[in-house]
Design a protein around this ligand. Structure first.
Ligand SMILES: N[C@H](CCC[C@H](N)C(=O)O)C(=O)O
Length: 277
């Protein structure tokens, strides 16, 4: 089959975006992996699929697949690319849309300055929501990772995050330890591993070893989860500038029970077509 796609990125977290609003696309995990492969396919961290809404009061449905082929609940950088894609493709003339995902409805808004602000919904801090096997509801919990014990905060942005504070993200053991945390038995659905450095009350640096993709240049939900963890631990105050390897996001959060607002860029790189068996 011939597959038309658009290549996009949010701060270097890169995506293949497929328009499935007119006809469904049969994406098996094997096909997703083939598309995401950086040598034998197009290459991307995640594959994003635009589908018609299935519920009233919503404009589109948004499906997200990691490079390993697994379908997941949420993708923040992808949400910014999503609204730019549907607007640029003429699939909507709205600048703010409501989008249903596996974990609920989000509302990306295309701003006049070209940046995108997304209402990412209300975060969950209870470990059971992540899901995280724990006999405690403590905000900070010890996790045995290899021969190290790290202090993590479990945050759900719809997808699961384990955030730890480190002195310097540049020297943090993101690759080795991130891979162990991602597949730690206490996270039965696996987890995105965040490494957070506090610069000051309104600025942090962040690296994320993503579930199903490895370290990415930026992680939108990871930035939201890190700021939520930082605020509940009284380490930062809203709004927070989050420096990632791919650039900066701004995250604002009014506290428990309120939504997280994420603002950043969304870039279209090229259009393409590939053959897929
Ligand atoms: N790896 C994530 C999905 C992509 C999230 C990230 N790319 C973002 O911008 O939020 C997960 O398995 O939950």
């Amino acid at each position: 089959m011939r597959l038309r796609f658009t290549k996009m990125h949010g701060l270097g977290n890169d995506f293949v975006v497929i328009d499935a609003t007119r006809a469904p696309v049969d994406l098996t995990p094997a096909r997703v992996k083939a598309i995401a492969d950086r040598h034998f396919g197009v290459g991307c961290d995640q594959l994003l699929v635009v589908e018609p809404a299935t519920q009233p009061g919503v404009d589109f449905r948004y499906r997200i697949f990691n490079a390993d082929g697994g379908e997941v609940e949420q993708c923040g950088n992808g949400a910014r690319c999503f609204v730019r894609f549907v607007h640029d493709k003429g699939l909507t003339d709205k600048r703010e849309i409501r989008v249903e995902t596996k974990s609920g409805v989000i509302a990306p808004r295309l701003r006049e300055d070209g940046l995108v602000t997304v209402d990412m919904g209300v975060p969950e801090l209870m470990p059971a929501k992540v899901p995280f096997v724990s006999d405690s509801d403590a905000l900070v919990q010890p996790l045995q990772v290899g021969d190290a014990t790290v202090a993590i905060t479990a945050v759900s942005m719809g997808n699961p995050h384990a955030v730890q504070v480190v002195a310097d993200v540049d020297t943090a053991p993101v690759t080795g330890q991130g891979a162990l945390i991602e597949r730690h038995p206490r996270f039965p659905a696996r987890v995105n591993a965040g490494f957070l450095q506090i610069v000051d009350a309104h600025r942090v640096r962040l690296r994320v070893f993503e579930r199903g993709a490895g370290e990415t240049l930026a992680c939108g939900t990871g930035a939201c989860a890190a700021v939520v963890a930082g605020i509940v631990r009284n380490l930062v105050e809203s709004p927070v500038r989050v420096e990632t390897r791919g650039g900066e996001l701004e995250i604002a959060w009014g506290g428990p029970g309120t939504p997280v607002l994420m603002t950043g860029p969304a870039v279209t790189v090229f259009e393409g077509e590939m053959s897929l068996d």
